[in-house]
Design a protein around this ligand. Structure first.
Ligand SMILES: Cc1ncc(COP(=O)(O)O)c(C=O)c1O
Length: 279
């Protein structure tokens, strides 16, 4: 296990040292870290894994549909995601991808998998497996239709256009937050557009701010987790919520909540700063 300070990406040299310190079968990491708003350097981490003979397993739950997820360019071995984040589909499915190396490793298992639902060797029969498809579970067709529709919407908008929209909304939100006198946790080059972590100013009751935004504006933002508990808010701009309307609503609600705590802020300046990025 290689730890990093919360709010910073993991140090590649530390990962390399850990891999060099003994044989490793897999290197597992999170591409878009939902707890902190940090983006990992997936290409570099997958390359490190390959160099040390380990398979890479990449958690793309929060990245898929918000920033590029490129299994081929990264030469990643296993990617898994979710439908409920930037794809804006109902929860319940996990899109996955396997490299030929990962398929070989699965096929070469000597001990049977002891867990039915997580037995990937059984799932393999679903696409082109020898002997055809075996019954594994009841297909959740409602969830599949939901995912299908969300992907149709994504391709109708265009993948690049979707990424540009997330980036623009993020830039507008950050400009507005900074005009409210707030600071982002993560350095600009490591920020995720879809998960914005904002430092709670000294003396502000962060839970009261979230409660106010929810009660008065019907808008929920996330609390800090782990060591960041009480120190940050986490603002999602994912998929269908990465829109100018959500950016304006969030800045307005946050300014109102801060004012309710006796911290008057310049909402007009914040909205103007955001609007300048929205074009
Ligand atoms: C990065 C990341 N990985 C995994 C998960 C777990 O996803 P699920 O709740 O669909 O199991 C989450 C959920 O928030 C997440 O943000």
């Amino acid at each position: 296990r290689v730890d990093a300070p919360w709010g910073e990406p993991v140090d590649l040299a530390a990962v390399e040292a850990a891999l060099a310190s003994g044989p490793a079968k897999v290197l597992a990491f999170v591409h878009a870290e939902t707890s902190t708003g940090v983006r990992s350097d997936a290409a570099a981490l997958c390359a490190l894994a390959r160099r040390h003979g380990a398979l890479s397993i990449v958690d793309c739950v929060t990245s898929l549909g918000g920033v590029p997820v490129d299994a081929a360019a990264w030469d990643a071995d296993v990617l898994y995601s979710g439908t409920q984040k930037c794809l804006s589909a109902p929860p319940g499915l996990s899109p996955v991808a396997f490299s030929p190396r990962a398929l070989e490793a699965i096929a070469a298992r000597k001990t049977p998998v002891r867990n039915w639902l997580l037995d990937v060797s059984l799932l393999m029969a679903y696409w082109g497996g020898e002997g055809g498809r075996t019954y594994h579970h009841t297909a959740p067709i409602n969830a599949l239709y939901g995912l299908h529709e969300s992907l149709v919407a994504l391709f109708e908008e265009g993948q690049q256009a979707v990424f540009v929209r997330h980036a623009r909304m993020h830039e507008a939100l950050v400009a507005g937050l900074e005009a409210l006198g707030l600071q982002m946790l993560v350095a600009p080059e490591h920020r995720l557009p879809q998960l914005n972590t904002v430092r709670v100013p000294e003396g502000v009751d962060e839970a009261a701010v979230r409660a106010h935004m929810l009660a008065r504006w019907d808008l929920e933002i996330g609390a800090g987790l782990g060591p960041l508990k009480g120190q940050v808010w986490r603002i999602g701009l994912m998929g269908a919520s990465a829109t100018p309307w959500h950016v304006r609503l969030c800045l307005t609600a946050l300014a109102d909540a801060l004012a309710a705590q006796g911290r008057p802020v310049d909402l007009a300046a914040a909205l103007a700063a955001a609007e300048a990025r929205l074009g």
